[in-house]
Design a protein around this ligand. Structure first.
Ligand code: PGA
Length: 254
């Protein structure tokens, strides 16, 4: 079994100085947590500083997005070459990128290819809106998002990939998805990946749940076989809360 993965998405929060402080506090909070992959995704401006703070620990750093081109006339954008200098993971296709910045599935696909080409592990976010959920379209929406995001990816890359199932209506709302339903969708995603990429005996891809995760509600998600961890927004800005979530993800035997 691969380690569970707990990623904190800081979104557009924290100056460089504040990011250093939070990273140090998270490091202290998770120092004794064994066998969990802990990832922090600060804003681009704080990637280098957070990377320095956590260098001596097993915490890894992620970018929250990136462009697909290596370089060029793309004012305001950050390239995979630049990200790969500072991070080992990159969150791609977060619903806030899709809904607030108009990111398309095609763009997510180009970014996923760029991430693998530069040795970055993409954390690809998928999930349905409230209206799509009410119309019972969750599986269909997730299938289309995955199919487009992963078009042309090979099966070895799929093994490294991380997918985050993040229903839009659960993000930042305090309305977390029921653990049974999150696990059902995570299982659906894993089965789809297995079929699409020829893993008859089960795909090794880790699927996370994201959306209003807290120390209080994390346990039942992690009790589900198909859920390999969590992508945490709001609660990742509090080192004690994030540390408690990471502790909950440690294997019971160690
Ligand atoms: P939340 O955000 O934990 O604040 O709901 C999750 C996310 O957007 O990744």
């Amino acid at each position: 079994m691969p380690n569970r993965l707990i990623a904190g998405n800081w979104k557009m929060h924290k100056t460089v100085a504040a990011a250093r402080e939070l990273a140090q506090a998270v490091m202290d909070a998770v120092a004794q947590v064994p066998d969990v992959d802990v990832i922090l995704a600060p804003p681009f401006t704080a990637l280098a500083a957070v990377g320095e703070v956590v260098r001596a620990s097993n915490i890894q750093v992620a970018a929250q997005d990136m462009h697909w081109a290596d370089q060029g006339a793309f004012t305001g954008a950050i390239s995979p070459v630049m990200v790969a200098e500072l991070a080992s993971f990159v969150i791609l296709g977060h619903s806030e990128r899709r809904t607030l910045f108009g990111e398309t599935d095609g763009e997510v696909n180009r970014k996923v290819h760029a991430a693998f080409a530069h040795g970055l592990v993409p954390i690809v976010c998928v999930g349905e809106s409230d209206a799509e959920r009410s119309a019972h379209q969750t599986d269909e929406v997730v299938t289309v998002q995955l199919g487009m995001a992963l078009d042309g990816i090979d099966r070895h890359e799929v093994a490294r990939l991380v997918v985050a199932y993040e229903p839009l209506w659960a993000i930042g709302t305090g309305r977390a998805c029921a653990p049974e339903e999150a696990a059902r969708v995570a299982g659906f995603i894993r089965a789809w990946l297995g079929r699409a990429f020829g893993y008859e005996d089960g795909v090794p891809t880790r699927v996370l749940y994201g959306g209003s995760v807290t120390p209080e509600n994390i346990a039942p998600y992690l009790a589900m076989d198909d859920v390999a961890g969590a992508l945490v927004g709001g609660a990742s800005l509090d080192a004690a809360a994030f540390g408690a979530i990471a502790r909950a993800a440690a294997p019971a035997t160690s």
